[in-house]
Ligand binder design. Structure first.
Ligand code: AMP
Ligand code: FE
Ligand code: FE
Ligand code: ZN
Length: 279
């Protein structure tokens, strides 16, 4: 039987609501055999997820999701098969998370112009360990009745074009790709349809991008077909993932997305090449 795979899952080490163990338990319930833990700017969920996965016959791929800015557009880059015990890599991620803390306080300040006074401690408490992010702010905005839905929070206030948007750690795409590859990871473009522009794909490929997340819960069929063609054109590994955030976005999305058979092995062998310096 084809392995059931989800290559894009968040835990409470970033803006997911499940602990790493809960993620693995849920994956087992769904009958998945491979999942990748891909928290924003954090790899602390990988170890606990792997420990839990020993209970079942589930492989946990160590991953991460980084953010870069290209031509004023936010681009997310996934890294697969990273070494989750590399101190230099962890140090860099810690710096990125520290910027997120300051940024959250700035977002809370900006919300005051709309007469919204969020308790910073409440947002930090909800965020818990790991990386704090906008989804935590959105959830508190929602819980306190300032917005009707989580999407509203992004649309009205904190979305990329919203009045309270604040940028994160500044990193170029070249730096992000190099950071992942220096740590043995395979760089893959996350949910390209969500970026709203394909112009940067050739630049990413030139800098070492190896794969593209063609299958994603926010990709309509037409987008999926378009990115399949783009993947073929640039010889990129076709990956897929649900981008499950537990209950953070309302529904539990894990396992909902088709992932091509072979994606895991293609990523694994690419990672081996990168680790041997042949990548
Ligand atoms: P951050 O990394 O703090 O900039 O937050 C980005 C995260 O916010 C994304 O990974 C999503 O989890 C979430 N997000 C962004 N836009 C939306 C949206 N329109 N609705 C729900 N969640 C969103
Ligand atoms: Fe997220
Ligand atoms: Fe993302
Ligand atoms: Zn994600």
């Amino acid at each position: 039987m084809e392995p059931r795979v989800d290559l894009h899952v968040h835990t409470h080490m970033s803006d997911g609501t499940f602990s790493p163990a809960e993620v693995v338990d849920y994956a087992h319930k769904l009958g998945l055999s491979v999942i990748a833990i891909t928290d924003h700017d954090c790899i602390d969920g990988v170890g606990p997820a792997r420990a839990r996965a020993k209970l079942y016959d589930i492989e946990v791929i160590p991953g991460v999701e980084l953010t870069v800015e290209m031509d004023n557009i936010e681009v997310h880059i996934l890294g697969y098969f990273i070494d989750n015990k590399n101190p230099a890599f962890e140090k860099k991620l810690k710096e990125m998370r520290d910027v997120r803390v300051k940024r959250t306080l700035t977002i809370i300040e900006k919300l005051k112009q709309f007469n919204i006074h969020l308790d910073a401690d409440k947002v930090f408490k909800l965020s818990g360990p790991g990386a704090i992010g906008r989804l935590h702010v959105a959830r508190v905005l929602y819980e306190e009745g300032h917005v009707a839905t989580i999407s509203d929070a992004f649309r009205k206030y904190i979305g990329n074009k919203g009045p309270c948007y604040v940028k994160k750690f500044k990193m170029t795409y070249q730096e992000a790709i190099a950071m992942l590859m220096d740590n043995g990871g395979v760089p893959v473009l996350a949910h390209p349809h969500v970026m709203g522009s394909d112009e940067m794909i050739p630049k990413l490929v030139q800098s070492g991008l190896r794969g593209i997340e063609v299958y994603h819960t926010d990709h309509p069929v037409a987008a999926t077909m378009k990115y399949e063609e783009i993947a073929k054109k640039y010889k990129l590994i076709i990956t897929g993932g649900s981008d499950c955030h537990g209950l953070g976005k309302g529904e539990i999305l894990m396992g909902r997305v088709r992932v091509p058979a072979g994606a895991v092995e293609e990523l694994r062998s690419e990672a081996e090449k990168i680790k041997k310096g042949q990548g």
